[in-house]
Design a protein. Structure first.
Length: 213
């Protein structure tokens, strides 16, 4: 059916992005780790950074969908770069000790707070699953709706992407704040989970780069 207006665009994008963020991946686990290591507000900073990047990834999928998808699938250098980045991040996360819960927020430097936002931007930007997800999501949406991504409808769709992403990641921040107060070893547990996910993505990208098409 034909999309009736901006509200429909917003709600469809919100729902698609929210559901796409729920499965464990590098972004939501980074939000969990940041919340456990620091606090809920720092976790929401990472969520905000990732939500902003998601807008651009959805926009790229809308404008250049299949061209970008083919580039990501066939460019060995890009795959090797992503693989190396995620494997390195996995090792850093795995061997770095969780932050002490006794540190007061006032003791944290402005540079440290900014680095959390930057890490959210970097992991979200390098996530190799994001643009293919939006290509798939747009194809699925097109089965039920006729879309015209222009003007106010495009802005509404992108706003829905941002809200859906931030709501989902904000939920992870709230849940991990609860985990932090109820599980003594939460920092170690989250480190291991995040390291495993990052290592899996890196290994998968490395295998994809080295395997003949």
């Amino acid at each position: 059916m034909e999309m009736s207006g901006p509200i429909t665009y917003l709600l469809v994008a919100l729902l698609a992005c929210f559901l796409g963020t729920i499965p464990f991946g590098p972004i939501n686990l980074t939000v969990v780790k940041t919340t456990v290591d620091y606090d809920k507000h720092r976790g929401l900073q990472v969520a905000l950074a990732a939500s902003l990047i998601e807008i651009f990834q959805a926009l790229i999928a809308i404008w250049f969908g299949m061209v970008i998808s083919r580039f990501l699938e066939t460019n060995m250098l890009f795959k090797l770069l992503v693989a190396a980045t995620f494997i390195l991040l996995a090792l850093v996360v795995l061997f770095r000790k969780p932050k002490s819960e006794l540190r007061d927020a006032k003791e944290r430097t402005a540079e440290e707070k900014q680095s959390l936002f930057r890490s959210g931007l970097m992991i979200a930007a390098l996530n190799p699953q994001a643009i293919p997800f939006w290509i798939f999501a747009l194809a699925a949406i097109s089965q039920s709706f006729v879309f015209e991504y222009e003007g106010i409808n495009l802005l509404a769709f992108l706003l829905g992407v941002f809200i859906g992403k931030f709501l989902a990641l904000g939920g992870f921040a709230v849940a991990s704040a609860y985990l932090k107060t109820h599980t003594e070893q939460s920092g170690v547990l989250v480190n291991r989970m995040l390291a495993a996910v990052l290592l899996f993505i890196g290994a998968n990208q490395l295998y994809s780069a080295l395997t003949p098409m």
